[in-house]
Design a protein around this ligand. Sequence first.
Ligand code: GTP
Ligand code: SPV
Ligand code: MN
Length: 601
Amino acid sequence: MTNSAPAIFPPKGVGDAKPVNQAVLDWVQEIAKLTEPENIFWCDGSERENEFLIAESLNQDVLIKLNQKKLPRSYLHRSNPNDVARVEQFTFVCTPTKEEAGPTNNWSDPGEMYDKLRGLLKGAMRGRTMFVIPYMMGPADSPLTKVGFEITDSKYVVLNMRIMTRMGEVALKRLGNDPNAEWNRGVHSLLDVNPERRFICHFPQDNTIISVGSGYGGNVLLSKKCLALRIGSYLARKQGWMAEHTLILGVESPEGRKHYVAAAFPSACGKTNFAMLIPPAHFKGWKVTTVGDDIGWLQIHDGRLYAVNPENGYFGVVPGTSYKSNPNAMRSIAHDTIYTNVALTDDGDVWWEGKDGPVPARAVDWQGNDWTPESKEKAAHPNSRFTTPMRNNPALDPDIEKGRGVPISAIIFGGRRSDTAPLVYEAFDWNHGVYLGATMASETTAAATGAVGRVRRDPMAMLPFCGYNIGDYFQHWLDIGKRLTDPPLIFNVNWFRKGADGKFLWPGFGENIRVLKWIIDRCEGHGGAVKSPIGWLPSPHDLDLAELDIDHNAVDELLQLDHEEWQKEIAGHKEFFDSLGDIVPEELQKQRQQLAAGFDL
Ligand code: GTP
Ligand code: SPV
Ligand code: MN
């Protein structure tokens, strides 16, 4: 059991990378006094340290060694079955007033929450090792870059943070010894991995995160959703930039023209896949490169938006990943990868639903039970994940370390909608685009605990990640628009529309280049479109569908607006805005009225 693992005592030179900043040292002492660990392990992210922690993890059954011939330096981790996804119901934004957190966040009074968490953390690391992880989010020379420290009692967290962030010396160097420097305080403890004692809490005013009772993903890799999005969005509004749940990709035409786009899709709705897209044969000469697959930090420079990826690795959805759907991901996860909650085969390989090749006759499922193709349970958990360094990605963009970021030509919103939302359409202008983002909806997925497949409003794919009042967040988007002289065009896509037979109408994956090309055409001022009440829609002949095996009717269906569905949709927008109350900016109410008028409502 991960939570009862005894303290580890590393050899000399490992675990003693103490930072010089006194503010950090004081804070670590304060947390140590509270949690009473057996010893403190100061992480530096070095190869030697990593080897030591992997050896310890293998000893303590935190990791299982995979077939090193097939998957060099790769390991499997099985989480507690009660702990397999983000827990939105236990995620809190603790601001002085409830209004600051807004209607879409769980709120608690900071004083009360600190008291409760201190109670839970008291003596929580007795007999155990406390790891201190210094990390940096963003390229070394970016003005957007942030430093964080995560204290944790989980080796799995340390091993993952080393992949997901720029960890160790670079972070310490960036922080320096200024006692007033800005840095994020993160505290994580597994406790007894019990959902009743599981809280993911954010204190934006203190730049502090405390997470207890989980050992999984976005709940505990505090750099990711907690810092880069929830605290990040709070800081971004204060400091005039944007922190978004968005991939960033580069797309180069055969003529050598290159654009970058940012695409905000909710969890498990296709960001990693889109960011690593490989075009089909017909699109010879087109090339897509990955800047980021999950989070973008955007700033204004000379009236344009530029984006950096604050992360250093990918924590990606495994099921459905194959050489057919995402070859770049498959190559990335062929080595130096931590797999969580996938199935294990007899020869020490990993398996999951949707992988290439034959289904194994037997395997051990994600819970450690024997599995055969006849089993009712899935072999891999639907939210099983890989953690892999971004440098493993053959399609990594060369400008990943550019401090200013890459210039963004288009922002794409998208959700998982089996009906209503067409394959693609373009907003009339920035403010209309903000409306598209603010009203987007998507079917829930296994990335968070709770019902799957329920349509919910997920503004800008940030519903679970906006660290402050969503009305102020909408206004921040509108305000950013006012500062842009050359704003990106804004689009909405939906890869997931289904036909009457319940099957996806659009082939998706690599074929999404056909939609991306239309988007780029529009950015360059060519590319046909017809005006509709919801925005600019391509006609079938505006999309390059050559050599695509798709029915004409399917294309018509993908691009069609069903008036009845849209009447319901617009009612849904109103219902959502009404549920938020008077915090919705006037401009967005105006946009809604215009949209309704377009449908004679
Ligand atoms: P998070 O890491 O949770 O933020 O997810 P994500 O947005 O990066 O989603 P990801 O690319 O991992 O895709 C999630 C699931 O959707 C996987 O099972 C994919 O195989 C599937 N998927 C991705 N793109 C497409 C597509 O274009 N069409 C279809 N039908 N499925 C897709
Ligand atoms: C998401 O849920 O959007 C993820 C996975 O990217 S997690 O890191 O668990 O949040
Ligand atoms: Mn995500």
